[in-house]
Design a protein around this ligand. Structure first.
Ligand SMILES: Cc1cc2nc3c(=O)[nH]c(=O)nc-3n(C[C@H](O)[C@H](O)[C@H](O)COP(=O)(O)O)c2cc1C
Length: 187
């Protein structure tokens, strides 16, 4: 799940590379694109008047169905971008799916990756994402993948150009699958 919907997003590209790696495994992999779940900025009055929007329910349902989630997110002002935070906030307000109680993030194995045109690869942003998801009961892996200088990180086909970055992403994907297998919340 990329934390950016921007056309030409570095993080979407990195997420596509992860998809490529994961789709040659036995895992069933789905891409969650936040562009498919447009949501208003969270507002408690809106929620009281109109309830949780259907897109938040659909997003929560999609996340709740997964054993693991790879979030590939940009860093905004050393923190989590509002698009991602808002989506998580709304999804955390969903209490039931098909009449069944649900906690979309509880026990979810989460891997984190970030691409940034800067030198630090979005590390501080991921720290913020980690705090939010841990508060919601997710099992956020310590291992993560950072892609600094992302403007030069991909070739014209969107493939990672740097061997170190590719093996870091491969290792993260492997670990995510291993952890999801051992901690599967769907039995
Ligand atoms: C409001 C704002 C704040 C940003 N703050 C940071 C930052 O703290 N660190 C960083 O590395 N990049 C920062 N950037 C640059 C983003 O990393 C860059 O726009 C990146 O391309 C966004 O990710 P995307 O390509 O996946 O859309 C910021 C960009 C915006 C719009």
């Amino acid at each position: 799940m990329p934390g950016s919907v921007r056309l030409g997003s570095h993080n979407r590209r990195l997420a596509s590379e992860a998809m490529r790696l994961l789709s040659v495994t036995e895992a069933v992999v789905t891409r969650v694109d936040l562009a498919d779940y447009p949501l208003p900025i969270y507002d408690g009055d809106f929620e009281i008047e109109s309830g949780v929007p259907q897109n938040a329910q659909l997003l929560a349902q999609r996340i709740a169905a997964q054993d693991a989630l790879l979030i590939v997110s940009p860093e905004y002002n050393a923190s989590i971008p509002p698009l991602l935070k808002n989506a998580i906030d709304w999804a955390s307000r969903v209490r039931k799916v098909n009449e069944r109680p649900v906690q979309p993030f509880k026990g979810l194995v989460v891997g984190l990756a970030s691409a940034s045109p800067g030198r630090f690869g979005g590390q501080r942003g991921l720290e913020a994402v980690r705090v939010v998801l841990r508060a919601l009961g997710a099992d956020v892996m310590t291992q993560q993948c950072l892609l600094p200088l992302a403007g030069e990180g991909f070739d014209e086909n969107g493939r990672l150009t740097d061997d170190v970055a590719r093996s870091s992403l491969e290792s993260l994907c492997d670990k995510l699958l291993d952890t999801a297998r051992s901690l599967s919340r769907h039995g």
